[in-house]
Design a protein around this ligand. Structure first.
Ligand code: ATP
Ligand code: MG
Length: 408
């Protein structure tokens, strides 16, 4: 029945040339991500129409749901501008929608083409009369209808629909720039990565792994998480930098007071992340901290940690509750992987009394008890970079990488 999908762009607050590049970027991504389906594209001023050619609309929507920068879409029927035809098509659409149930409705019309000789109110009135006589169990309720039939009338084509499906919103990648996400195997950082992508950042991920001190499975989690996140990337690909962190990790445990281990470990991670971000033109660092969640996530602690970098550090989840974070993790399908029970560098050694209000001065004092500079340089040099590719939406079978293959 539905023969087209109508797509509305996200925030178009940027003016002038930016607006054109916003559109070109998202239009190319729509074409690329739908290239495996036999659909046709019609690009108009601030809308895109996809002619379905018998492709199941749900197949298209599944792909659109992975694209930052789209505000909403609707399954639509395209018809010629002729009140009787519009009325008959509307009868079919509403019958299909309500399946015989009793309900209330109204028609909302928009005359996108001002050469149409009747007003939009008149279009609504005429269409609604035909619908009422063609669909049993239907009543008009203009104030609080259960169903609204939208009619977008133009002389060359008229579109009918009843639903608006919300898209991801945000900006198309990479309108916001490039970000390096500190990705652990936990629940929070993958959600942060997703939120950064949704805001239009092209992301790369960095993970600090301490095998064999930590389990190999915990590094595998990060690889699987990155692959999941790659669904939202314009080309289904994300780079992951795997940093060998074990030697630094050991020295920190050996040379710092227990209460400062986590703080110093994070500062070492941020130093290395800054170097990797510079090498890869990433302008910001993204982390998964949520204020107050654990001891290392107090304001003082975050300040002490970010003191070692000149990069802007963004923490999309800073103000989120755990339940809100979990909801997003479920939606993007990372929760199950994050919940696999393997130790990472933060769980293998949990100090009994971590410092709640550290200072950079104090941390530096403890860091000066050992010269970490060579180990940091070595970790940067030995960082392995892999590209995770997730094309399940293109129906191309992807062979998942094992951590052993990545680290060898
Ligand atoms: P997550 O659920 O993302 O692990 P968390 O609430 O457990 O977060 P912490 O363990 O305090 O928080 O870590 C805070 C942030 O530091 C993480 O969200 C992540 O961005 C970063 N981080 C921690 N451990 C690592 C690691 N091994 N590799 C990369 N980043 C890390
Ligand atoms: Mg964690």
């Amino acid at each position: 029945m539905y023969d087209h999908i109508m797509i509305r762009y996200g925030d178009l607050v940027l003016k002038g040339r930016n607006q054109k590049s916003f559109r070109d970027t998202i239009n190319n991504q729509i074409k690329f991500k739908l290239s495996h389906l036999n659909v046709k594209f019609e690009f108009q001023h601030d809308l895109v129409y996809i002619r379905l050619n018998d492709v199941n609309p749900e197949e298209v929507i599944k792909v659109l749901d992975t694209l930052p920068g789209l505000s909403s879409y609707s399954k639509v029927i395209k018809t010629k501008y002729d009140i009787d035809t519009i009325g008959q098509e509307s009868v079919l659409l509403i019958r299909n929608e309500i399946q015989g149930k009793e309900t209330t409705f109204k028609v909302e019309s928009k005359r996108a083409d001002k050469t149409i000789p009747i007003t939009s109110q008149e279009i609504s009135r005429l269409v609604s009369r035909i619908v009422l006589s063609g669909v049993p169990n239907l009543k008009v309720d203009v104030h609080n209808p259960k169903l609204t039939l939208y009619v977008e009338a133009r002389k060359d084509a008229t579109y009918l629909y009843v639903n608006r499906i919300p898209g991801l919103g945000g900006f198309p990648v990479p309108m916001a720039g490039k970000a390096l996400v500190l990705l652990s195997g936990g629940i929070d950082s993958p959600v942060s990565a997703f939120l950064a992508m949704k805001k239009g950042f092209e992301v790369e991920c960095i993970h600090f792994e301490s095998t064999p001190m930590t389990s190999i499975e915990s590094a595998q989690k990060v690889i699987d998480l990155t692959e999941k996140l790659a669904v939202f990337a314009p080309k289904y690909k994300i780079k992951l930098h795997l940093v060998p962190f074990q030697k630094i990790h050991e020295q920190i445990i050996f040379n710092s007071p227990e209460s400062f281990v986590i703080t110093i470990m994070r500062r070492m991670m941020y130093r290395i992340a800054t170097a990797i971000a510079d090498e890869n033109d990433c302008s910001i660092l993204v982390a998964g901290d949520s204020i107050g969640q654990v001891a290392s996530q107090t304001i003082e602690s975050m300040m002490t940690i970010q003191d070692v970098t000149n990069k802007l550090v963004i923490r999309p989840l800073a103000t989120y509750d755990k339940s809100e974070i979990i909801k997003i993790a479920q939606k993007i399908d990372t929760l199950e992987i994050s919940n696999r029970p393997f130790s990472d560098c933060c769980t293998v050694y949990v100090p009994k009394n971590p410092v709640i209000k550290p200072t950079a001065k104090k941390a530096l004092e403890y860091e000066n008890q050992f010269d970490y500079s060579n180990l940091i340089e070595e970790a940067v040099d030995n960082t392995k970079t892999i590209t995770l590719d997730n094309r399940e939406h293109l129906d191309i079978q992807f062979k998942g990488l094992t951590v052993a293959e990545c680290l060898e």
